[in-house]
Design a protein around this ligand. Structure first.
Ligand SMILES: Cc1ncc(COP(=O)(O)O)c(C=O)c1O
Length: 460
């Protein structure tokens, strides 16, 4: 418990005829009624507040006594004066009502944040704070903290086959932030549209359009992105998920990888590589990053959102030298830089091998959940087939003809089961394909997965 007095902003106007005590009382009452002083907040001691306001202590004691008598404050032995919870028409609760709790959340996207290695992260943060120079607590480098860029360059080379030097790395606040910056830069160059995979992530289409660039959807087949469609589109860049297409889970075939790299070399276009869940491979060889084969044409973007937690808001771009300065300039005029405290902790976390250790553990857990999901689907909903299963944190469930994924998702949601039809991710309704659902397994325990599928079966 801290015994120091909290700060409190109160303004008294000595030119007014009203007494200082009355002004103080009104000011505190209104701060409590409007919610500026929250229930449970501790007020400064009468001695401290009197000194801060340059009034006698008696003025503050009288104001506190009056508000205590009115029920706004309580004096607590050994703790001081505390604001009470009061219901007033002036302090409506503006928070949205909580959504009805989902019992089975099969939506893809987030990792199991319950696996977050809190103890290791705390150790890394402590070590980082002990060694972070004062200079790094000032305005930081828009490209990122040097120790993190060095660590990332080594990590991405070792784990993903990314070919880069530390000065090619630009630290950002997650994938979406990196994409928004990059789309701004490409739009500012007057680039033609940015091609996106269809189906793909609806938020990335919004992000690109928000940045002032046009989106051009390109189809996916069992080999991945249809490069011939891209070539015919005259797009100036393409956003792609080659290692595990989002959301179908298709891996870009070796031949298509070569054709995509050729497209970039011959057209001068850029490939934006979203390596969002590359860490989670279960029963196939890892697929190296495309950046490693065409580093001058690929902007590689990764983040800690899937490997650790979205709340860290930490990501990175690996940028060809030709784009680096413009990207850094865009960063400098928007939010300047990523907090060096998180950057230093992440560098320490990676350097100690904690990310590798965490991923080994997380992979085992997710693999088990995936196996339970596939087994439960086979047992309870015969005729379904899960695809895109060998990596990531979700699968695509192909439904037998005649089953309507939109109707199933709607009826599931009424029973507390959240999931999306595959067509939810399409940019062009014309591409709607065979009936399928996208089902994540990272937010549920094995038991919940089994129960959720059992319940879903009764609704199909
Ligand atoms: C396809 C895809 N890319 C990237 C990300 C990571 O985004 P961010 O780093 O902004 O949290 C996600 C997270 O859901 C994703 O689904």
């Amino acid at each position: 418990m801290s015994t120091s007095s909290p700060e409190l902003l109160v303004q008294l106007d000595r030119s007014r005829p009203r007494s200082l005590r009355a002004q103080l009382e009104t000011s505190l009452r209104s701060a409590i009624r409007t919610g500026r002083l929250r229930p449970g907040s501790r007020l400064p001691s009468s001695r401290t507040l009197a000194a801060d306001l340059q009034v006698t202590r008696g003025v503050v004691v009288a104001a506190y006594d009056q508000l205590t008598a009115e029920g706004y404050l309580t004096a607590r032995q050994g703790w001081g004066t505390v604001v009470n919870a009061i219901a007033t028409p002036e302090t409506p609760d503006r928070r949205p009502a909580p959504a009805a709790a989902a019992r089975y959340d099969f939506r893809p996207g987030a990792p199991d944040v319950g696996l977050f290695p809190r103890a290791a992260w705390t150790r890394a943060t402590r070590a980082a704070m002990n060694s972070l120079p004062d200079l790094d607590l000032g305005y930081g480098d828009p490209g990122g903290l040097v120790p993190l860029r060095e660590t990332l360059a080594g990590y991405l080379g070792r784990v993903r086959g990314v070919s880069c030097r530390p000065d090619h790395v630009v630290v950002c606040n997650g994938f979406s932030h990196g994409l928004a910056l990059l789309a701004r830069v490409l739009a500012g160059r007057g680039s033609a549209a940015i091609a996106v995979e269809d189906p793909g992530h609806p938020s990335w289409r919004e992000q690109i359009e928000w940045a002032g660039a046009a989106c051009h959807p390109v189809g996916i087949d069992d080999q991945g992105l249809r490069v011939e469609e891209l070539a015919a589109s005259r797009a100036g860049a393409v956003l792609t998920t080659p290692a595990h297409q989002w959301p179908t889970g298709v891996v870009l075939s070796a031949r298509r990888r070569v054709r995509l790299a050729d497209w970039a070399r011959t057209s001068g276009g850029y490939i934006i590589e979203d390596d969002y869940d590359a860490e989670y491979r279960y029963d196939r060889e890892p697929v190296g990053a495309l950046q490693g084969v065409a580093p001058d044409h690929v902007i590689y973007i990764g983040s800690l959102s899937k490997s650790l937690a979205p709340a860290l808001r930490l990501g990175w771009l690996v940028v060809p030298p030709a784009l680096r300065d413009e990207l850094i300039a865009a960063r400098s005029v928007t939010d300047r830089f990523t907090t060096p405290i998180i950057q230093a902790a992440a560098a320490e976390f990676l350097r100690r091998g904690d990310l590798d250790r965490h991923l080994r553990r997380a992979r085992r857990s997710y693999r088990q959940r995936r196996d339970v999901l596939i087994g439960a689907l086979q047992r309870h909903i015969p005729g379904t087939r899960a695809t895109g299963i060998s990596a990531g944190l979700h699968v695509v469930v192909r439904l037998p003809d005649g089953m309507d994924p939109v109707r199933i998702a709607a009826s599931a949601s009424r029973h507390g089961i959240l999931l999306h039809p595959l067509d939810h991710y399409r940019a062009s309704p014309a591409r709607a394909g065979a009936p399928a659902l996208v089902m994540g397994y990272s937010r549920l325990t094995c038991r919940q997965i089994e129960e959720g599928i059992h319940l879903l079966a009764s609704l199909t």
